[in-house]
Design a protein around this ligand. Structure first.
Ligand SMILES: NC(=O)c1ccc[n+]([C@@H]2O[C@H](COP(=O)([O-])OP(=O)(O)OC[C@H]3O[C@@H](n4cnc5c(N)ncnc54)[C@H](O)[C@@H]3O)[C@@H](O)[C@H]2O)c1
Ligand SMILES: O=P(O)(O)OC[C@@H](O)[C@@H](O)[C@H](O)[C@H](O)CO
Length: 467
């Protein structure tokens, strides 16, 4: 093939047994990679759906689902042609989603739809006050009240959970049995979050459907890790030059990869363990180690680093102030993790090496998006635990302080606030100084905003950051 020729499949595609929602960069660098590298990967094809726009599906379909994974180490790149995604669809195509989820060969649905897409309230339950959720409740009630033959004129659900509930209704009707739903999003207790989003919605629409989901859907929890920034034009040009073909959709990722899973797969799963995945009975500590140490440090750098003029993770880590704040936060997080079995000193050392890989341009602006959902899991639990232990929680408070300072700056500059809770944040930011702080923290966590010690810790860190 020459750089002017697009990719196309020359060998038969694997049969579809996995349906994926959220056809972003991470899915293609992580679950698609583990499936391709599993000993039985040739038996497990993935049909992947986009979330909000058809673009990624159109681009990938034009090359039969094939794309290049660029594994970017500190000293060079490795290129691999990925074949495990065999179909790519627009997420709005709920008819195809329903057909595939209802197929007897489909064993699971995996999710990388972003934290905010679960539409959960601060207490972890489905946010029924969200207009998109409410619209889906209405749409799904109308759809379930009709037979499949006369429902063609009705609107489909639009949220990820709504579309999946609609598709699960089709599986229930087809009698094709239980399956697994595997959240691969950076959420604390992501199995519980997926159950709250999907089961919670079904319960409101139709309690019988909710009961069917509870009995037939196994929500699997995961800790997922592989730093995968957004693809740029540079990667497209690089693949053309190095691989000799035109690929519209390459993905760049780091060499490191980790996947810890916990839960049942009633209709089977690939032998992901043969590709390095680990199956455990209890996942909470693994999730927290990753969410607090890796993602927490990322969010701290995203706000404090941008405030100090940095654009990427590697740049922020090279700033001694940011590096010291990471150490401060990590010490607090570590104090709230078990000292046995997690190899935390080695994990921290490996993170410093991964973050300093300057060949991966991981932009702080991308990490900073949707901070209200992310800080709720990355900073709030550590701050609460530290205060409860009688300590200052300065490191976790500093992460929240940096977020507040960053938002205040964006508000003053009239910049776009990239957060699904932007309306609530804008209301808070319009208040007087002091009142705005309390209202912003309340978006993260109501009880935290009512805790005077926590608010004082955050206010002190804001003064330091803005001094
Ligand atoms: N990129 C990483 O390094 C990484 C690592 C571990 C976990 N993750 C998890 O994967 C998620 C996706 O990351 P990515 O790098 O693939 O991002 P991405 O922007 O490349 O892709 C996100 C996907 O989610 C869909 N989506 C976004 N908002 C949605 C919504 N409101 N409803 C339904 N679908 C929606 C998008 O359409 C897209 O398909 C992250 O939010 C995180 O939870 C990412
Ligand atoms: O993907 P998000 O938006 O949840 O968070 C941004 C980063 O912290 C995240 O993508 C990490 O790079 C990733 O979790 C590493 O495995």
């Amino acid at each position: 093939m020459s750089p002017t020729q697009t990719l196309h499949r020359t060998t038969p595609a694997a049969p579809i047994r996995i349906v994926h929602l959220g056809l972003g960069a991470f899915h293609r660098a992580h679950q698609a990679w583990y499936t391709q590298h599993a000993s039985d990967g040739a038996q497990w094809g993935i049909a992947a759906f986009t979330g909000r726009r058809p673009d990624a599906a159109l681009a990938l379909s034009a090359q039969d689902g094939l794309f290049t994974l660029i594994e970017r180490g500190g000293s060079g790149d490795k290129f691999e042609l990925m074949t495990s995604i065999v179909e790519a669809h627009d997420g709005a195509d709920v008819a195809t989603l329903s057909r595939l989820v209802a197929a007897p060969s489909t064993a699971m649905v995996t999710l990388t739809i972003t934290e905010a897409a679960y539409n959960l309230a601060a207490d972890g339950s489905l946010d029924l006050s969200n207009p998109a959720v409410q619209a889906d409740v209405d749409a799904l009630r109308a759809l379930t009240a009709h037979t499949t033959d006369d429902a063609g004129h009705l609107a489909d659900a639009v949220t990820a959970a709504g579309r999946l509930v609609q598709a699960l209704t089709a599986r229930r009707a087809a009698g094709t049995g239980p399956l697994a739903v595997v959240s691969c999003d950076n959420l604390a207790n992501n199995a519980t979050a997926a159950r709250a989003a999907i089961g919670g919605l079904a319960d409101v629409v139709d309690p019988d459907l909710g009961a069917w989901i509870e009995a037939n859907v196994s929500f699997v929890g995961t800790s997922i890790d592989r730093i995968t920034p957004r693809t740029t034009a540079a990667e497209i040009a690089l693949v053309a030059a190095e691989c000799g073909y035109a690929d519209s959709s390459p993905v760049v990722t780091e060499p490191f990869s980790d996947w810890v899973l916990s839960g049942d797969f009633p209709a089977g799963r690939p032998d992901w363990a043969s590709a390095g995945a680990v199956f455990v009975d209890e996942i909470e500590h693994f999730e927290n180690r990753k969410l607090w140490l890796l993602n927490g440090a990322h969010s701290l750098m995203a706000y404090a680093g941008q405030l100090r003029g940095h654009a990427t993770v590697a740049e922020a880590l090279a700033d001694p102030s940011c590096a010291a704040w990471i150490t401060e936060f990590w010490d607090e997080a570590e104090a709230n993790l078990p000292s046995e079995g997690l190899a935390i000193p080695a994990y921290r050392a490996a993170l410093l090496e991964r973050f300093s890989n300057a060949r991966i341009a991981h932009h702080l602006a991308q990490i900073a998006m949707d901070g209200s959902s992310k800080l709720r899991m990355r900073a709030v639990p550590v701050l609460k635990a530290e205060l409860a232990a009688g300590r200052s929680g300065a490191g976790a408070a500093r992460m929240i302080a940096a977020w507040v300072t960053f938002l205040r700056g964006a508000h003053t500059a009239g910049a776009v606030i990239a957060d699904s809770a932007v309306s609530e944040l804008e209301v808070a930011l319009a208040l007087e100084p002091g009142a705005d702080l309390k209202a912003l923290v309340a978006v993260l966590d109501g009880p935290l905003a009512a805790d005077e010690a926590a608010m004082a810790a955050i206010a002190t860190r804001i003064e330091e950051l803005t001094a």
